[in-house]
Design a protein around this ligand. Sequence first.
Ligand SMILES: [Zn+2]
Length: 422
Amino acid sequence: MKHYMYLAILVICQLACGQNFDPPPLNPDPLSNEGLTHRPHTTARPTGSATVSGTATSTNSRFRSQPVPRERTRVAILGYHNFSATRPVSDMLLRTSELRAQMEKIRRAGITVISMREFLEWRFGNLQLPEKCVLITLDDGWRSVYTDAYPIFREYGYPFHLFLYTRYLTGRGDSMSPEMVRNMMANGASVGSHSVSHPYPSTWRRHQNSGQQAYLSFIDREFGESRRYLEQHFGQVNTYCYPGGYNDEAMVSRLPMHGYVAAFTVIPGKVTCEVDPLRIDRYMVFGTDHSIFRRAIDFGSQESSSRSSSGAQPGRVAASAPPPPFPVSPKPQSCVPSNVPTITAQLSGLSGINLSTVRMEVSGFGRVPAKLDATSRSLQWTPPCRIYMPNISVHVYWDSTDGTHHRAEWSFSIDQTVTIDQ
Ligand SMILES: [Zn+2]
């Protein structure tokens, strides 16, 4: 809903852009062998054209660290939205100076920032990458990506990937114009689809209720028309990002027929070369919670696995994590006979909790509008639609009144023989 909130304030003044940009070129097929348009221009890395192809191996000299066998690489994919130097921060809006600080942390940590094309050639081809990589993605098409973030990415020589929903690509208000996108593509940007209209679960569900054929037509329109539009303007597009992270089996099964080879969610986790390419984890970097970014670039922990192509993710992060310090439902590692399970965390036993900081994230949905009862301190959410994924991870975040951050996580599975709403 936040996207719409921002759409409602499109009247906010447009920022004049003081950068001098290179002439716009047309960009390239992310999986072609034409070579990257991105040329790092800082001394932090070797400069020069970095040609990667489906057959490239460990000889790539662009990377900051030595490439390793594919299965040893882990990628933290960062997801950003909007930026401002002055407007109040929110989950969706990050202080511009904080973005710079984060890029500097990546540089100092010796982490390699890879392009989407390199990511795909690593996942599908035999390109070898360094052990620790970051892939930068930015959702929706906010104008501040051009005015605030792009100069920083250029300064650091970092490539980045824009997930654009085509109805927002107008250049009016807070949105970017196609011309801005083309300018950025001269210097490290690549483009993927984020649908036509950015539907949220309630919209998907409405179409679902109109019958299977109507639902599939709606999916085809959002997937197909957005890709056609983006390809007309920017060259080949083969990546998709689920709005709000929401996805189901019907969507996943129809992505390939529209030419998408990879699709991205909003579930935090390191990505390995075994990742299911149509449900790839990302760390959404909130303007209000910098701990997410810290976790993303922490490659020292065991927080490494991602859903594999085999589809199983039993417990994933939660299996090795301690159980939540409060009663939860469904119980950790349980199998529930419902595909619309109500998820509850009973927080009444926690002392010194800052109630305004409590939030819940659920795999496949991202941050969910869980209700917190101020009296009983029960945090509860019921999915607005059936969950098709067999395994569900739940994360609950909160701050103590002394400002320390906390997180609890658990996972459960859904009985796959259940076919109707319970
Ligand atoms: Zn979005």
